[in-house]
Write a new protein. Structure first.
Length: 186
């Protein structure tokens, strides 16, 4: 489309308009790429914590393919006011099913979007989301065990949350990520 528009403008002699248009599209991306290379690593914001891959691979190696993982990292970013539901690295790194994660591209989300952005669409099963999030935000024996009994969750994959130590067995921890195992509730 841009090529057709550029050709039409070019024939009319508006070369500067085309150059300005193309520069306008390319400049923001170029600035971000250059800034990422010159910003010191300790000041860069990371969407995926450094220890996430190691924790995910540990869980993959110490769990069964049918195990279910719960995480609070499905839209985790402390500065955002709205959940960005495009996070799915836990399932990618663990190669396991995740109770709630990255629903932005789910068929049910896209079908409910209509004319709105799919990023504005909430998770389809609000009861499941509430149960999942309660185990991490207000952990109690009941909240954590509910994930095992009602949803078949065997593992919790989260950041550093020592308050979960009382309700689940810590199996792996590094500088950014913790993995807990739940006792079977079934």
């Amino acid at each position: 489309m841009l090529a057709v528009a550029a050709l039409a403008v070019w024939r009319r002699g508006h070369v500067l308009a085309v150059v300005a248009l193309l520069t306008g599209y390319a400049l923001p991306t170029s600035v971000r790429v250059i800034a990422a290379h010159v910003t010191p690593e300790e000041r860069r914001h990371r969407l995926i914590p450094k220890g996430a891959l190691a924790a995910g691979r540990w869980l993959r190696d110490h769990s069964s393919p049918g195990d279910v993982v719960a995480t609070d990292l499905h839209c985790h970013h402390p500065r955002w006011k709205v959940c960005d539901s495009r996070h799915f690295y836990v399932s990618a790194f663990t190669e396991r099913r995740v109770l709630v994660e990255g629903w932005a591209y789910a068929e049910s989300t896209l079908a409910r979007a209509g004319t709105r952005s799919y990023l504005e669409i909430p998770y389809a099963d609000q009861a499941r989301l509430a149960a999942n999030d309660a185990a991490f935000t207000t952990p109690t024996a009941q909240n954590v065990q509910r994930l095992a009994t009602d949803y078949g969750v065997r593992w919790l994959y989260t950041g550093i949350r020592p308050e979960l130590d009382a309700y689940a067995r810590l199996r792996f921890r590094n500088a950014t990520t913790s993995v807990y195992e739940l006792s079977s509730g079934r």
